[in-house]
Design a protein. Structure first.
Length: 219
């Protein structure tokens, strides 16, 4: 018999926001999709994270208790309809990658694979943006092959070039701008992930399906 799902816990977060705690990232995406599709009255922003969804609301339109009840109803409806996590109705974003990253050989060593197999597994899977953070446009992509789960570097770099394609733990990502970072770098892409002239500015907004494409020039 399937174990019962853990119900979300809705916590106050200041005067005009609620922090909704759920069991795991798939449940984050499930709840986020439900609230995005049928946005409760008064909600002005939804911010998913690894285990939470921050729900900002207009206190002149709705109250915390009313919002909490609406969130619970949305969750129950999502579970009852067996809503799949993520499900954002957008086209797949293809990310062309040159697999020539400085940590590709180390990733191959850590995983026991050769470099070509690392590339094959990275391009074979379908990904979805789980949440954004760290710097604007940085999307934590879920769906990484179990065999490519590797730890962060022991010594983070003080500067990771913009466009670096990276792995860390259960996630893969593309650095949208030059910044410090401790992920393992396996390649590089010229795709523009953050553009203030675009709506939304983040190309890989939460729920967006993603696929990596080998653009050649690597291993």
């Amino acid at each position: 018999m399937e174990a019962a799902r853990v119900r979300p816990r809705v916590l106050r977060c200041g005067a005009s926001a609620a922090l909704v705690e759920v069991a795991d990232l798939p449940d984050v995406l499930r709840l986020y999709q439900a609230l995005l599709t049928h946005r409760p009255q008064g909600v002005v922003e939804l911010v998913p994270a690894a285990r939470t969804v921050l729900v900002a609301f207009d206190s002149a339109v709705t109250g915390f208790d009313e919002l909490g009840a609406t969130i619970a109803e949305a969750w129950d409806a999502a579970v009852e309809s067996e809503l799949e996590p993520g499900g954002r109705d957008t086209a797949v974003v293809e990310v062309p990658v040159r697999y020539d990253g400085p940590d590709l050989a180390e990733v191959a060593r850590l995983t026991g694979l050769d470099e070509a197999e690392v590339v094959r597994r990275h391009t074979d899977n379908d990904y979805r943006s789980g949440f954004c953070g760290f710097v604007p446009g940085f999307a934590y992509l879920t769906g990484l092959d179990d065999g490519l789960h590797v730890p962060r570097r022991v010594e983070p770099r003080t500067r990771v070039p913009a466009g670096s394609v990276a792995l860390a733990d259960e996630f893969t990502a593309v650095y949208p701008r030059s910044s410090p970072g401790g992920w393992q770098l396996i390649g590089h892409s010229d795709i523009e992930l953050w553009d203030l002239g675009r709506d939304p500015p983040a190309l890989l907004a939460p729920g967006t399906p993603v696929r990596f494409v080998d653009a050649g020039g690597g291993s």
